[in-house]
Structure formats: structure tokens, C-alpha cells
Ligand binder design. Sequence first.
Ligand code: IPE
Ligand code: IPE
Ligand code: MG
Length: 246
Amino acid sequence: MAKRKQTTELLNYGVKHIAFIMDGNGRWAKKRMRPRNFGHAEGAKRIFEIALDCNKRKIEVMSCYAFSTENWNRPQSEIDYLFKQLEVELKKKIPTLMKENIKLVTMGDITRLPLSTQEEINKAVNETSANSGLILNMGLNYGSYDEIIRGFKNIAKRIEANEIKSDDIDVKMIDNHLYTAGYPPLDLLIRTSGEMRLSNFMLWQLAYTELIFTPVYWPDYTPEQLELSLQEFSKRKRRYGGLDNE
Ligand code: IPE
Ligand code: IPE
Ligand code: MG
């Protein structure tokens, strides 16, 4: 009995902050001869399934790329669907987020999103703001260049106001002016669908993150897949420029 319990225990393998570039919804649908939006609907469900699993594993932060600053280049009908889908899914999931103690936050300028989507996001963010479990950090109209520019502008304003000097700028200060201020360093990034690029995602935060590129399309990325990714992470040797402690 005790043995069985041991094998089902969900471990985080030392990951405090995990991130996902959730890619491949369109190709997943195409493989099934279905419209791209069918893939987005399935992909939206996986976000919450994976978040629940990360929460059970006591991972502190899950950052995920839901809509990039470059995704505005897609057909308007697809953009509209993506935000409607997010809205509907969020509305459905607020009770679960509350029950599981998950806190929703966003990174990116959400003021460009449809008003009804903004309202649903703000509602979910406010309602879950006191939750102390997993922080589900959703990138919406997020781009790393935008994030870094925004941070630099805020630092420049503080210099202009004589609050700080240019010489005070260091890694910690820049960290503190990004959306991820106060979160643990990013341990692991997983990009699904076989693409091996960062597509403007968390460039600063990724300096010493372990990277996993899996061919699995996002709608097929189940908690079992997450277990495999975490096991792969656990075999990595993180040296940070130093030597193995052996
Ligand atoms: C990821 O899947 C979802 C978003 C970028 C919003 P894609 O829509 O990029 O799917 P593929 O890459 O075309 O298969
Ligand atoms: C990255 O995927 C953005 C999200 C997953 C939200 P894309 O599908 O937009 O990236 P590219 O265009 O293949 O680089
Ligand atoms: Mg894609």
C-alpha cells in the first residue's frame, strides 16, 4: 500500500518556475482535418489541466505564452476566436482556480484585447488575487522586447525623477522592472510542436533556464508529458558557468 502511494506522488524535481511556449494547435487540428480553431479550443483546455498538475506538484509559478505581440499578424477571425475562447474558458475555470488556490496573473499589455475579454481576465485576476498556491502567469499580447522596453522606460523615469542613478542599474533592478518581478528564476522552458526558437518569449529570464523542445503538439501535451519533461529536467546538470559538484 505504502509503495503504491510513493509511485503516484507528484514531484516537481526542483522546479519552482516553469514556462511553456504552447505551440502546434493549428497543426494538431490540420492533422485531424479540422479547422485551426478546433486546435485552439483543445489547447485552451490543456492550459488549465497542466496548471492543476503544476499546482499539485507545488511548482510556484507557471508562465505560459498564450498570445504574442506578433500574433496580431494572424487573420482577424482567428484572433477573435482565440480571445473568445479564452474568455469562455476563464469563466468556466474560476471556481476551479478558487478551489485549488491558484492565482491568475497576466504579462503583456491586455488593453489591446477585446473589452469583454479584458473584463473576464480582470475578474479572474481580482477573484484569485489572495490565493497562495500556483501563480498562473499568462502571456497575453506579450513580447519580450515590449517587456524589456517597458522596464527600461520605468527605470529611466526613476532616474529623471532623481530617485536612482544610472550607476544603480544592475541585474536585480532590471529583474524588478519586468512582469516577473519577485518570482523565482525560470528553471525550465518547454516548447511544444517541434519548433526550436524562442519567438520573443522571456528572453531576459531565460539566461540560465533549461530548455526542452518536444515534437508533441500542445493539445497532446498531457500531465503524463509533463512528467516526462520534468524527469528530463532532473537529469540536467546546471553549472551556471562553474563546475559539477562531484
Ligand atoms: C499556438 O498554436 C497557439 C498560438 C500561437 C495562439 P499555433 O496556432 O501557433 O499552431 P501552429 O504552430 O500553427 O500549429
Ligand atoms: C509563439 O508561437 C506564440 C505563442 C505560442 C503564443 P507562434 O506559432 O506564434 O510562433 P512562430 O510564429 O512559429 O515563431
Ligand atoms: Mg505556432
